[in-house]
Ligand binder design. Sequence first.
Ligand code: SAH
Length: 209
Amino acid sequence: MDRPRQRMVNDQLVARGIHDGKVLAAMASVPRHLFVDSALASRAYHDCALPIGCGQTISQPYMVARMTELLELKETDRVLEIGTGCGYQTAVLSRICRRVYSIERIEALHNRARQNLRAARHANVMLKCGDGLLGWEEYAPYDAIIVTAGGFASDAWLQQLKPGGLLLLPEGEGGNHCLVRRRKLGRGWSEEYFDACTFVPLLEGVNHL
Ligand code: SAH
């Protein structure tokens, strides 16, 4: 699967302007085909999102790379991810920064991500099954928070971010989202808008499926 993965990096990422070498190296090394059902493995490097069960999806490779690049990560950073899904974005982040804390509200997906990440030997990842809208107070403050489901920012995230830290989320409702990046400043926030996109919804509470 090395060749399809390298082709994905060249044709879908570099060709569309992803240029951060750390992001490209992570996307070239994480085995995306191991994070989807084996029946879908042949499509793992296609230019699209794919189903991962429980009505959820693994994001298109470009969107994973774009969001990772927008976080401007350093190798000393500790990142909180809301929406573990199958754990693919988690794996990409974990190759770039010091530690990734990731929360998933659907128990079956949380368990699947744990298996996937163990198979891919990602030791600097901590997973939790819970409501990501509450953040993860225990390990706060974070250098960055990335949300991989669409909705509106929760106050808990803003509080759990370091000064100067970045919050990135697909903001909006009903599948009409826009990537928004907020930086926590001494007083208040700066705000930048990027790509229009469609994500599965950010939902409250835990689902013991
Ligand atoms: N980053 C994932 C994308 C998964 S889709 C991947 O690479 O596979 C988004 C995920 O966010 C779904 O699994 C959904 O269940 C989860 N989600 C939605 N609302 C949530 C919440 N409040 N807390 C935690 N996870 C949530």
